[in-house]
Design a protein around this ligand. Structure first.
Ligand SMILES: [Zn+2]
Length: 399
């Protein structure tokens, strides 16, 4: 069955009733799209007009609103999917749409080279061509003859590399980013090699705090370290943009930890910061409760309990009702029914001041979470080390 025939049928007609079959159908579509894109790029175009024409044609084949392959998949696969398979079809369709951005004309034109017609390959020289050259190599060098050997068949499709899958940590990072982008936050990043000032001093972490110890922090010299959290970017962004400020900060952080099933010397965090006039703890609770429901599902309940961090006052821990047992108590939640998922609090006035923001006029809240832990909860992974071992048997389960 050709691709066109397949997208003309519903998933039920194609016999794709479970997640695996749906995923393999979409993988097939993605591979076909990539092969056609590669083919055009390998083929090239004779001039700019032809390039524009070829790119537009390929774009329309996939993305045209009417009759484009993507819209047929929307019509016949997604809209007509059975209710229980809608989530998986929807997710796959979104990924396809994401990948299909490479089929926009502007994207394609960038990749396709203009290969001039063969006659323009002739050497452009005013020197008379020495037709007496008899040596074959010299003739090749002078452009008079082609090298000996089977001619290259330029109509063959290019090499197609098998598509890999997106790493589960990257997947979860993107998912969390999407939720906050939807709430109007922007993404900020900062250096992984950080100064002691930004990592500790500006965040109100005193000299005597245990996290400053050599045992917990990887120092480069007495004033420089590998950041132990993404919070230094709070200060950097406040200095850069002032208030109001709504950011999230994804990134790698480093700890002097012995690797085991729940610790790694490098892992990922996402930091959130909102600074504005009249920001209260209620904004913090509302936003994080919304986020937890978006990420873990509508059934999830959140619980805020008091905690301590030097850079927030008051500080709290957010727990969610256990996603495994729905709050009944199981091994994962140690029979408590709750899972701790992040730290949060109202930004300490000293910290606002260090960022150049007047704490009399502005208030703010912040949170920090570990991305690997979210991926572990989401996919039921029990060993953090699996993320870093590049074992294809592990990673291909998330394609
Ligand atoms: Zn549980």
């Amino acid at each position: 069955m050709t691709l066109e025939e397949k997208v003309g049928k519903t998933l039920a007609e194609l016999g794709a009733t479970d997640a695996q079959a749906v995923e393999s159908l979409f993988a097939e579509v993605c591979a076909a799209m990539e092969a056609e894109r590669r083919e055009l790029i390998t083929r090239g175009a004779a001039d700019e007009r032809e390039r524009e024409k070829l790119c537009r044609k390929l774009r329309d084949r996939w993305l045209a609103r009417k009759g484009g392959l993507a819209s047929l998949i929307d019509e016949n696969w997604l809209k007509k999917a059975a209710k229980e398979s809608k989530p998986v079809v929807g997710r796959q369709f979104n990924e396809l749409r994401y990948a299909a951005a490479s089929m926009e004309v502007a994207e394609l034109v960038q990749g396709v080279k203009v290969v001039p017609a063969p006659e323009t390959y002739m050497p452009q020289t005013n020197q008379p061509v020495d037709v007496r050259v008899s040596d074959h190599a010299a003739q090749v060098a002078s452009g008079l003859t082609m090298p000996v050997g089977p001619p290259t068949d330029l109509t063959l499709p290019g090499y197609c590399r098998p598509l890999g899958s997106i790493h589960p940590v990257t997947r979860v990072l993107r998912e969390i980013e999407e939720i906050f982008l939807g709430l109007g936050f922007t993404i900020e990043i900062g250096p992984e090699v950080e100064s002691v000032y930004y990592n500790f001093d500006a965040l109100n972490i005193p000299e005597t705090h245990p996290s400053r110890d050599d045992w917990d922090t990887l120092y480069i010299d007495s004033k420089t370290l590998l950041r132990t959290h993404t919070s230094p970017v709070q200060i950097r962004s406040m200095e850069k943009y002032g208030a109001p400020l709504y950011i999230i900060v994804p990134g790698k952080v480093y700890r002097h930890d012995n690797p085991d099933s729940s610790h790694a010397t490098m892992f990922h965090q996402i930091e959130g910061l909102a600074v504005d006039e009249d920001i209260t703890f209620a904004d913090l609770k509302g936003t994080l409760d919304f986020f937890a429901k978006k990420f873990f599902g509508e059934r999830v309940r959140t619980r805020f309990s008091p905690s301590f961090f030097p850079f927030t006052e008051p500080s709290g821990e957010v727990s969610i009702s256990c996603v495994i047992c729905d709050g009944q108590g199981c091994r994962t939640c140690k029979e408590s029914g709750w899972l701790e998922v992040m730290g949060c609090g109202m930004v300490h006035p000293e910290v606002l001041q260090h960022g150049g923001i007047d704490p009399e006029q502005y208030t703010g809240w912040a949170f920090g979470l570990g991305v690997e832990r979210y991926a572990m909860m989401k996919y039921g992974i029990n060993d953090i080390q699996l993320f870093y071992q590049s074992d294809v048997r592990f990673l291909e389960q998330f394609s």
